[in-house]
Design a protein around this ligand. Structure first.
Ligand SMILES: C[S@@+](CC[C@H](N)C(=O)[O-])C[C@H]1O[C@@H](n2cnc3c(N)ncnc32)[C@H](O)[C@@H]1O
Length: 458
């Protein structure tokens, strides 16, 4: 939480700040010489000593040095974890206050963009996760060799410094254990590790995902380049680890700023792992999106389905459908489901999942929602009910325009970003009433929110 050990003290830049509130990323916010100052790790009402790192025309970035007056909501930070690692931005705040913070984030975004009638929206209390630790079912760790020592872990935010991770307290025990076993195997088999400084080929990232219901584990080895020394031997050894049923290679290159590249190839075992939500089965390929907290996923999806108020005559559009989770869960209640998703592997998984669950009334289409939804309408498909679950960027303006024309009678918006949600509601509230917003805490210890919104035609 405090100053990084290798940073030099520059006393003259240390300032004393009273923290007023938390920012959307969980940082403490105060004021210094009439400018807003962001101090990660500081809490509201605390008086802290901070070191100014960077000053911009409208704000200042600083680092927490010492707490002079402590908040009663401060809790002990997890032991043996470097605070420089991302993903634990709220771990120093009591869990009750984390839940309040997530609700406040939604209220603040509504206040900022003020969609029609926003002050009357019912924004319910955040639903807590039954377990605020060890909930993440997928680990995506980088691997590097540094002065003859292999490091496996996460980068500090906005940095190229890799932290070797003996423990990550939000990650499930099994995924972490498998990650470290793979690291040991890679060392023992002398698998070439990619070098980010010299841009050489090799193993770069190890992804481990576990299905909660079946315990099956899928491993993806992300490599720079295709032919990596001893990768196939590594894959055979990984298959012998407990619960591992599937090993893939995903290939990237140094020009790609994303972690994942475009080519994915199976090295050993099954094509997919199978998970279960609310009694339905879902096969998952390595690239397919799946929520990270399986227990809360069931809560989130139950809310979404309840908010939809479906009837047996409805055609439901599952937009941004991933592996078809929401549409498949709703299929028994409607006449037909049409899903739309850009990633080909996820669409293939979704259609496979339709068969896996013995459904005859659901079909998933590859394409962007902005393009496919107007085409469906033009082809005379009745769009009675709609569920949208977009990425953080929210809905494209072009899509909102189509929705305001098509006007599905019942509509649920699942959002992982209150800011884009509030902006989209400004436009959608021209035709829709916002009945209810409910936050489900999918990612405890982080500032991330996930909310479900019930919209009905005016
Ligand atoms: C937040 S995930 C939701 C997935 C799914 N509803 C679930 O709960 O598992 C968003 C999904 O939208 C897909 N996606 C992103 N942009 C899209 C677009 N313009 N049109 C269709 N799908 C898109 C992503 O590939 C991803 O699978």
């Amino acid at each position: 939480m405090y100053r990084k050990f290798n940073q030099k003290e520059t006393k003259e830049k240390d300032v004393i700040i009273t923290i007023k509130r938390l920012g959307i990323n969980g940082e403490g916010i105060g004021y210094y010489r009439k400018k807003i100052i962001f101090i990660p790790g500081a809490l509201p009402e605390e008086v802290v000593v901070a070191k100014i790192n960077k000053e911009y025309p409208h704000y200042i970035e600083a680092e927490l040095v010492r707490i002079k007056e402590k908040s009663p909501d401060r809790v002990a930070y997890p032991k043996r974890v470097d605070p420089a690692i991302g993903g634990l931005e709220l771990a120093h705040l009591s869990y009750d206050k984390q839940l309040e913070f997530k609700r406040d984030n939604v209220l603040e975004a509504l206040k900022k963009y003020h969609p029609r009638g926003f002050s009357k929206y019912k924004v319910k209390k955040t639903i807590p996760a039954p377990d605020a630790w060890h909930y993440r079912n997928k680990a995506q760790y980088q691997i590097e060799r540094d002065h003859g020592k292999t490091k496996l872990g996460l980068f500090a935010p906005n940095s190229h410094q890799l932290y070797d991770l003996p423990v990550m307290p939000t990650q499930s025990v099994a995924t972490q254990k498998t990650e470290r076993q793979i690291k040991e195997l890679a060392e023992r088999l002398h698998v070439t590790i990619a070098d980010p400084y010299r841009h050489t080929d090799g193993l770069k990232t190890i992804v481990v995902r576990q299905a909660q219901a079946t315990k099956e584990i899928q491993v993806t080895l992300i490599t720079v380049g295709h032919k990596i020394k001893n990768l196939l031997e590594l894959s055979s050894e990984i298959m012998k680890l407990p619960n591992v049923v599937s090993v893939y290679q995903n290939e990237t290159d140094w020009r790609n700023p994303q972690v994942w590249g475009n080519k994915t190839e199976k090295l050993a075992g099954k094509n997919q792992i199978i998970d279960e939500i609310l009694g339905k089965q879902f096969a998952l390929s390595p690239r397919a999106f799946f929520q990270l907290n399986p227990v809360q996923t069931a809560t989130l999806y139950s809310k979404a389905l309840k908010f939809l108020d479906l009837t047996p005559e409805d055609t439901l559009i599952d937009a941004y459908s991933g592996v078809g989770t929401l549409g498949i869960l709703a299929a028994d209640q409607v006449k037909q489901v049409i899903g739309i998703e850009t990633i080909g592997e996820a669409v293939a998984d979704a259609n496979h999942n339709v068969e896996l669950n013995h459904l005859k009334n659901a079909n998933y289409i590859q394409g962007s929602v902005e393009k496919v939804l107007p085409e469906l309408e033009q082809n005379g498909v009745p769009i009675d009910a709609l569920i949208v679950d977009p990425p953080r960027t929210g809905l494209a303006k072009r899509l909102i325009k189509t929705l305001l024309k098509v006007k599905p009678k019942t509509f649920v918006y699942i959002s992982c970003n209150p800011s884009t949600l509030a902006q989209d509601l400004v436009l959608l509230s021209e035709a829709y009433n916002v009945r209810l917003i409910e936050n489900v805490d999918m990612l405890p210890q982080t500032p991330r929110c996930e909310c479900v919104v019930k919209l009905t035609l005016r």
